[in-house]
Design a protein around this ligand. Sequence first.
Ligand code: GDP
Length: 446
Amino acid sequence: MFENLSERLSGVFERLTKQGALSEEDVKTALREVRVALLEADVSLPVARDFVKAVQEKATGQAVTKSVTPGQQVVKIVHDELRHVLAGDDDAPGELKIDNPPAPILMVGLQGSGKTTTTGKLAKRLKEKHGKRVLMASLDIYRPAAMDQLAVLGAQIGVDTLPIVKGQSAVDIAKRAKQQATMGGYDVYLLDTAGRLHIDDTLMGEVEAVRNVVSPRETLLVVDGLTGQDAVNVAENFDEKIGISGVVLTRMDGDGRGGAALSMRAVTGKPIKFVGLGEKMDALETFEPDRIAGRILGMGDIVALVEKAQEVVEAEQAERMMKRFQKGRFNMNDMKTQLEQMLQMGGMEGVMSMLPGMGKMAKQVQDAGFDDKTIKRQIAMIQSMTKLERANPQILQASRKKRIAAGSGMEVSDLNKLLKMQRQMADMMKKMGKMGKGGMLKQAMK
Ligand code: GDP
């Protein structure tokens, strides 16, 4: 489903990874090509733009890890960014909330999107993979054929469907489904709502009424992946009007360019939970961002290589620091490493809270107005110290302090704060070092 994009990107990165050194211009050129490739895959413009910007920033800010080439490192950054664009910060995008039986799942979408088919596929999956007792009900009172279609699918996959009662409203059917699911001891019931060719108020009003009656645990929007940006627009619309919890992209077996998949999460903020890959009842896959990012880039080996190299470097660094800490050493170089790590880990508070006995300092740090900008400036101050000063910050005289502070746009008082922090850290390390070979620290750094 991402063949074209994949081909384009491999071309760009194959060239890049072969080069030993990379100039900023090399990266820029490569990223321009990435941007074009994304747009050609029908990724929305703002998403493509943000994507390239994020990669550019990360590629410029990151020190090169030894034993991998800069190009390889860029590939890894692109991979991570692809994953991020596909999944946001979700850990498990394919999972459904189906505890507290009977759990209602509302299936919504336009007519012809593959809603009924997907309802059947999902029911089959819940039954076979998760061992759930499932009930399906069609709420499409406008098309008797749609009700029959679901009943036929049910018989085919061995899943119960709610008996059809002519003349009932969608809300009445939903109530009946809820009742039957409760009394019949079902784990999950799937409600296949009526679709329209276009979004209209009647459709939305009806879905809303059904939603209010059953309070679904999941409201899954089924959209046709072949429709590219339209699919994303439809999702925005449905989410605004009724609130969806996730998306199922169908027809991803077709020759779609994949743009819908890449823009969906970024534009709507809603995860893609499943993709439909054919007409058969088992042609439904959970959406796995890692695998898809890997498939798009087709450079899994390089990604794994860079991950490994980064792990090694981190382990070496942690080991070195620990040895120093055990001896009670903590100079400005250590401070700088710590500050840099804090930036990477997103904030001081989180880092401090991981170290035992640092609660008080965390608070001081917070009170001192610690944000990324301040941390960056502190790093700049440390960078303008000489090697000797960094190793022995106590030698700093007033005149040097003035210059260092001014050079980084800070006040001397800011520098004094930094120095105080470093002294406190050094004290703490000394104490901890005495507490039995840094056992506590070792634990904290795991
Ligand atoms: P509904 O109107 O939204 O309920 O759509 P249907 O479930 O009736 O599906 C419309 C057509 O799309 C049917 O012919 C399905 O077999 C087909 N279809 C549904 N999902 C997929 C898919 O993932 N891939 C392919 N190739 N066809 C699909």
